[in-house]
Design a protein around this ligand. Sequence first.
Ligand code: CA
Length: 242
Amino acid sequence: MIRYISFIQCLLVFSSISFSAEYISVVNPGFEEPNEGKISDDFSRIPGWSQYYTTDSGVEVSNPSAGMYRGFGQSSDGMIYQLLDEKILAGTKYTLIFDGANTYEASVITAEFYYLSDPEDPSSKVVITSKDFELTQPLDVWIHDLVLEFTADADQAYINQKLGIQFICNSGWFGIDEVRVEKSTKEAEVKEPACEEEEKGKDGVIDTDTGKTEIPEHSSEEKEEPKGLKKLALLLLQWLNE
Ligand SMILES: [Ca+2]
């Protein structure tokens, strides 16, 4: 359906933009399970989390960021990871938030989002985005609310695949706790009074099915560079359509 709106009405559209944000479920986000004391050699006992080569990694009751337990990992044991029960959707922004610490001779934690190129093969990880976090605090002092984020682009291979998170350490041992993942989407509501047929050919066109907005090819406006509020409104609508 094609509706015609004026640029002043475009500003009304912009005023109705909102961001919808919610947390995605992370299993055992604070490493409080299974609550059986320190586990250092068997990740299969730790709900939610996995590791490839566990020799001295797991959960322990030792200076957690919150609760009773923290997760800890030895760099040579490889990443600690979790594949979430959440499919990646185009246009959605995903934010990983966690607390990290150097528990012995670690200087960097790398956090990553990934997906599986073959959903049936847990080893087919493909990193979507990665970020290094310098552990600048003294030994065993937590750095809170470290953030990694990305916005899913359409037509990428990861769309509709499950989202994964993982943590890697460069040396020694590191601690992680309070792992959270948030997703947010841009939402805009076209107010019905803002769409008037008599505005046809005057300013702009919005397709309410696709959300795309364009200037009519034969509009009297096309020969003039938009100025002031009109230019601002056009830029806002282009941004909204991205
Ligand atoms: Ca905890």
